[in-house]
Design a protein around this ligand. Sequence first.
Ligand SMILES: [Zn+2]
Length: 376
Amino acid sequence: MAIRYELIKECKQTGARLGRLHTPHGVIETPIFMPVGTQATVKAMTPEELKEMNAQIILSNTYHLYLRPGHDLVRAAGGLHKFMNWDRPILTDSGGFQVFSLGDLRKITEEGVEFQSHIDGSKHFLTPEKVMEIETALGADIIMAFDECAPFPAEWQYVKDSLERTTRWAVRCKAAHTNTDNQALFGIVQGGMYRDLREQSAKELVALDFPGYSIGGLSVGEPKELMYEVLDYTTPLLPKNKPRYLMGVGSPDALIEGSIRGIDMFDCVLPTRIARNGTAMTSQGKVIIKNAKYTRDFTPLDPECDCYACKHYTRAYIRHLYKADEILSSRLLSTHNLHFLINLMKQVREAIMEDRLGDFRNAFFAKYYGETSKED
Ligand SMILES: [Zn+2]
């Protein structure tokens, strides 16, 4: 087995899990936020900088790396770890989410998905077996089975047909994936916003005995309350001795609420994407740096943060960089936002250890929503 999940304790106040995930490239403390490096790079950050902010694991995207530079090239480079100079754990998604987001550019059959590249319009055909070949070449510690992420909203029958195909594809992925000593293959629970379908998907996948489970098809445009409701009944269906990964979720409130519902792993492009758009997540809510009120604000982005950006630079300076279209603005805001989420999860783990995650949530939300409108 490539990975082993160790449940250390459950928070008496909330039921959140504190754990350790042992992987071929080191141990991850959970619950954890995983920065996303779509193109084998967490945008604007060097691996050294990621380590400095204590990133324990990063995610990369199969779809993007398959199209460019191609998995054969990554394999020739010695795998993703060597290619991008990152020696800690890596997780790759299956490309399902990206392929299904292509809309008219793709066609689904039982065999797989035919689609056109968003880069040059070239035609490709992804099957569960092909995705396993690509993910094996990339060489991440944790890899995802090829799934369909149903859109929201979607009809019950559509979601049912889709999740049943996802289960059949999971069986094919499992059969095709042979590098089990070095890579852990996760099954992805689908089922949209339908309780009976989530139950069916979880039951079918748990029977296949994957080393870990992802929950997909959430954070696709549904209200957050609905996502929490789905988690409330989905996570208890998953085995306690295996890690649970909530895909594509990374707002501070969802990280805390997800942890409370028994999730161990999260990822999202949100912190680096909004950084490039000039937004910082802070303990007092969002700071939109272009706002005129920061013109002469010589305080850090977040007075409670000890990241590199907050230690050395002011809001006024970062605002100036942003307005002048300087790259350093994106770098400093990305540094801060990633540090903020990584540090938030460290605080969540400490609160679980001390059975006070409920108190932590209330105090965090009171501050986070105190000065800004209620949003991400
Ligand atoms: Zn900071």
